[in-house]
Design a protein around this ligand. Structure first.
Ligand SMILES: [Zn+2]
Ligand SMILES: [Zn+2]
Length: 806
């Protein structure tokens, strides 16, 4: 090959060679190509193809120049995309032919910083097979070292303070590499070449164990061994992880799990369980291929799985996920996790977020000592700082596709790829399950799960995430988009951002737009938003909406019949209030007599107060929420009168379902301007069954079936009226597997093209994406607008976005 290159040089020294003789190209690769072993891969590939040249990191990707036989160059370019290193994600390979010239060798050369930086930052990645082998190999110098990593694995997003991704811009900066680590780091053929978190027991971070009073009990490997023993004996241990602290107990120890529950006050959410390997997990849960793949993927999310019905020994403690048919299960993803299971007498650990109920996950050592005081008996600390907090991701498989429920570690900050380039916009997200979103060209960067913006801690985390993402992605938004609700902390934050123009977007409009952004849809579509609550344009609370959505605007085609929420937000925490409201709405005059038997869930006095509030319309905002309909149904069939977390009543109603083909028929009132879904007959039929003593499981099934039927009927009318065949589904109710599965199936059978979420959660975590997308569309339309009046040149704003994207 080299000889043909030389021939080429001799024949045509400075012009592109003709035919197969020789070729020299400049290759630009964009995507996740830094910090993932990409340059060593190129180095080895070039040597294999016998090409000379160089490779270097640029802030917008990787640049390569190679020269050699034309055939080899072609093979080289194909291999870049077809066999990249496991963690690389290639978005674009661009080649430019250069006048042929022979080059002397292949080299990795220094980085070059460019003005426009559009490199992607890798999410955190689970320990790779090679590192795991070394971790458990007694001859390896990193034997049992809890921070082993390489270019194919380890922390990324959670330790990066700034770009370009170099060690001195991460929380590893304080650890100076020992000579051995340095050699690996500098050697292009080593698996640890430029692995920024590279470390070993001599030079890297260390673990230690403290008791609740702050006494250090053990350090290094002894601390790990001791932790295993303490977990076995039933202690609650706070363990510092990748994106924050976990609270761990042995999952089969009923007393220990109850103790943890008791100490995490008001905590009733199911705990996730970590198993050492798939084989063990499979003893407790049913698994299909898709679920197995997800569990094993580099992101290592918590996957919601159906529990096996047969008794397994030892059983998972009842209070891990009380009354739950599902179990959130995951596999180890850091070296420390593997060590916690190595030679351990237990085979399952509860690993739940280390926080006080509503606060963000704890990420600093000092903070853990204070905020997890009284919850944890011991603390397993380490001294590698977490810069960006990141919870475990939660996902499940529905209809053969993964459906994220919480998108965080392992996924953030990977972008959602948009169909067309858009201007830079910030979406400030919803109040609950908040995320933020920044757009750049064809990419929409959704932050990790931030939490419920109901306290200052979470607001601080929200602000930190925005500032960080703007910095590392180098995005200067042209617009900030926020919810229409005036009282949300993030709305108020957006209103104070005087440096930017602002746009308020309706909550359910954003829901449907999020599906459109994610699935690359251009409007208009019919949107079905089934949700908890969101502020409507008419000042009432929306949440069961049929919308016609185009790229920037929407029209409300229909909705559920409105009911009053006695006490507003209080009704969300206490579903019995909504149940009373439903009964009152059905027959206000005779409610006390007609439903006396159902109004016994609370003392008479409480019920009377609610009825008075309803008849006087005192603090009784109206809502068309679908989530609240679930609340009422769950309360009326005795499943749950008050909840400890959002959506709990609905989740337990779904859990209760037993196979039954019956259904409660809902009504539809179709006026010229509105398709009104009348859910009251559904509630009346449910009440009848409750009184007849029908089993709760059957009632739950009939309620769901009825709801699906009436929604399909309403969707058909909406499609007919608009002439649209595409329907987009979003909202928290779609976390309900029964509804999701059957509604998608039935709508498709009606001949509609159904679009739902696959990369972002259907709950309020997707709001920021929808907001940013609508904002971006609005900028595009407004800047294109005047041009349509006869101008020819594109406006500056549009040009910028097109340049970024190309
Ligand atoms: Zn590795
Ligand atoms: Zn070292």
């Amino acid at each position: 090959m080299k000889s043909s290159a030389e021939e080429a040089r001799i024949v045509r020294p400075s012009r592109p060679p003709v035919g197969e003789t020789g070729r020299r190209v400049l290759v630009k690769v964009q995507g996740i190509v830094q910090g993932v072993g990409f340059r060593p891969f190129i180095y080895q590939l070039a040597r294999r193809c016998r090409l000379n040249g160089w490779v270097r990191n640029q802030s917008d990707g990787v640049e390569i120049e190679v020269a050699g036989s034309a055939e080899s160059v072609r093979g080289f370019i194909v291999s870049i995309s077809s066999e990249p290193p496991p963690l690389a994600r290639i978005v674009k390979v661009e080649t430019t032919d250069l006048p042929y010239q022979d080059l002397e060798e292949f080299r990795i050369i220094g980085s070059r910083a460019l003005e426009s930086r559009s490199t992607l930052i890798s999410p955190d990645v689970c320990t790779c097979r090679d590192c795991l082998n070394e971790l458990l190999d007694s001859r390896d110098r990193r034997f049992r070292y809890p921070f082993i990593n390489c270019t194919n694995c380890g922390p990324r997003y959670t330790i990066i303070k700034d770009i370009p991704y170099d060690r001195d811009k991460t929380t590893m900066a304080q650890f100076k590499m020992c000579p051995e680590c340095r050699l690996e780091y500098d050697n292009p053929l080593d698996r640890r070449f430029h692995a920024q978190p590279n470390a070993c027991p001599k030079c890297g971070p260390q673990v230690w164990l403290e008791d609740a009073r702050g006494n250090v009990i053990a350090r290094g490997d002894e601390a790990v061994v001791k932790t295993v023993a303490l977990l076995h004996s039933g202690s609650v241990i706070s363990i510092k992880g990748l994106g924050g602290f976990h609270l761990a107990v042995r999952a089969t120890d009923q007393a220990a799990v109850s103790r943890l529950r008791g100490r995490k006050i008001r905590e009733e959410k199911p705990f996730a369980v970590m198993f050492p390997e798939l084989e063990e997990l499979r003893r407790y849960c049913c698994l299909n291929d898709r679920e197995e793949e997800l569990l094993n993927s580099p992101a290592r999310p918590i996957v919601l799985l159906v529990r096996r019905r047969d008794r397994v020994d030892p059983p998972i403690a009842e209070s891990v996920a009380p009354k739950n048919r599902y179990l959130g299960a995951f596999l180890p993803y850091t070296p420390l996790h593997y060590l916690l299971f190595e030679n351990a007498p237990y085979r399952a650990l509860v690993m739940t977020s280390g926080n006080q109920s509503d606060e963000p996950i704890v990420m600093e050592n000092e903070d853990a000592r204070v905020r997890l005081n009284g919850i944890a008996d011991y603390f397993l600390f380490h001294d590698r700082d977490i810069y960006m907090r990141c919870d475990d991701s939660v996902t499940r498989v529905l209809g053969g596709y993964p459906r994220p429920m919480r998108r965080a570690r392992g996924y953030a900050p990977s972008p959602i790829f948009l169909r067309d380039p858009v201007p830079p916009v910030l979406g400030a997200g919803a109040e609950l399950k908040n995320t933020v979103c920044l757009t750049r060209g064809k990419e929409a960067f959704l932050s990790q799960h931030i939490g419920d913006l109901e306290n200052l801690e979470t607001l601080r985390s929200f602000e930190h995430s925005i500032a960080h993402l703007e910095r590392i992605l180098e995005i200067e938004p042209q617009l900030v988009v926020h919810d229409m609700h005036p009282d949300y902390l993030n709305t108020q934050w957006a209103l104070k951002r005087h440096d930017l123009p602002r746009l308020a977007v309706q909550h359910h409009h954003a829901h449907i737009a999020a599906v459109m952004a994610e699935r690359g849809l251009d409007g208009p579509v019919v949107g079905l938003a089934l949700d908890g609550t969101g502020y409507g344009t008419d000042g009432t609370i929306w949440g069961g909406e049929i919308l016609r959505v185009d790229n920037i605007g929407f029209q409300r085609l229909g909705h559920f019949r409105q009911v009053a929420l006695p006490g507003g937000a209080k009704a969300i925490k206490e579903p019995w209030r909504t149940a009373v409201s439903y009964l009152w709405s059905i027959d206000a005059e005779n409610v006390e007599r007609r439903y006396a038997d159902l109004l016994t869930v609370r003392p008479d006095r409480d019920i009377r107060i609610i009825l008075q509030m309803l008849s006087r319309a005192l603090n009784c905002p109206l809502t068309s929420s679908c989530g609240r309909l679930f609340d009422a149904a769950a309360a009326l069939c005795g499943i749950r009168q008050s909840v400890n977390y959002e959506g709990q009543a609905a989740i337990e109603l779904e859990q209760a379902i037993e196979p039954d083909d019956g259904l409660y028929q809902g009504g539809l009132e179709t006026g010229p301007d509105c398709i009104l879904i009348d859910q009251f007959p559904i509630i009346e039929a449910l009440v009848d069954d409750v009184r007849q003593g029908v089993r709760v499981g059957r009632i739950a099934a009939r309620f769901h079936n009825g709801l699906i039927k009436v929604l399909c009927e309403a969707a058909a009318i909406a499609a007919g009226r608009t002439g649209l065949t595409r329907i987009a589904l979003s909202g928290g109710v779609f976390q309900n597997a029964y509804i999701s599965d059957r509604l998608e199936r039935d709508l498709s059978r009606m001949g509609l093209e159904v679009y739902s979420h696959m990369e972002v959660p259907a709950n309020d975590a997707c709001i920021s994406l929808g907001q940013a997308w609508i904002g971006a569309q609005k900028i595009l339309v407004e800047s294109v607008g005047p041009k349509m009046q006869g101008e020819t040149g594109g406006p500056a704003q549009l040009n910028i976005s097109q340049r970024n994207a190309s």
